[in-house]
Design a protein around this ligand. Sequence first.
Ligand code: PGA
Length: 257
Amino acid sequence: MTRARIVIGNWKMNPLTAAAATQLARAAGETAARSTVRVGVAPPALFIPAVSEALRDSKVAVYGQDVSWEAKGAFTGQIAAPMLTPVVTGVLVGHSEVRRYLGDDDERVAKKLIQALRAGLEAVLCVGEREDEYDAGTTEDVLAAQLAPALAALSAADADGRMSERFVIAYEPVWAIGTGRNATGATCAETVAAIRDSVVRFWPPRHASAAILYGGSVTPENIADLWSNGGIDGFLVGGASLDSSKFVAIYEQMRPA
Ligand code: PGA
């Protein structure tokens, strides 16, 4: 099976101005023109229209960082999937910072996933264990529990298999996010194999080929081992994606398998 080779830069709540966001986007657009990797950026919601406009003729896809679990209505502060559809390719759902700071649980993440896919977006479902869960050796159980409601919702909603073509998983160990401590290629491969098992268990085997990204302190210095040995299809990059030279140095190392 050939790997998809996807890299998405999650800018989180950075940079602070539309001008800086547009500049970062343009830099990504210029460097991505030379690459065969699928490159995406996820700017803060307020800057999505400006970033989309700046990247209009580029190969860089724009992603949202989050989406509402409801389609419309009285949900202050939320952004519905159909509002995003004209300006983005896809959206992250279930990022650990949204789970932690905004109270998303697995049920709500499953609803967000379906809203995004129903609106025609690509959806990147983020899963990952906390440090105490990793230390206790319960990573696989934790991930299976996070995946089960999402995969059940997906199997129920995806009658013709079309949604599954836009479904991506990002494995992001919480202990690796923004800590400078990344998973090794070998640990990542073990966990990714468990994620693929869960996908097969909770969802028809024909969909077991969903792309799986790794995220958590990804840098140009540590991706070689993860890319060669991690069993993944790409990366979700936080901090390093805010530095254009680091971002490009990451995906330039993603040679076809
Ligand atoms: P990081 O963030 O690369 O800064 O660790 C990754 C993420 O949260 O997606």
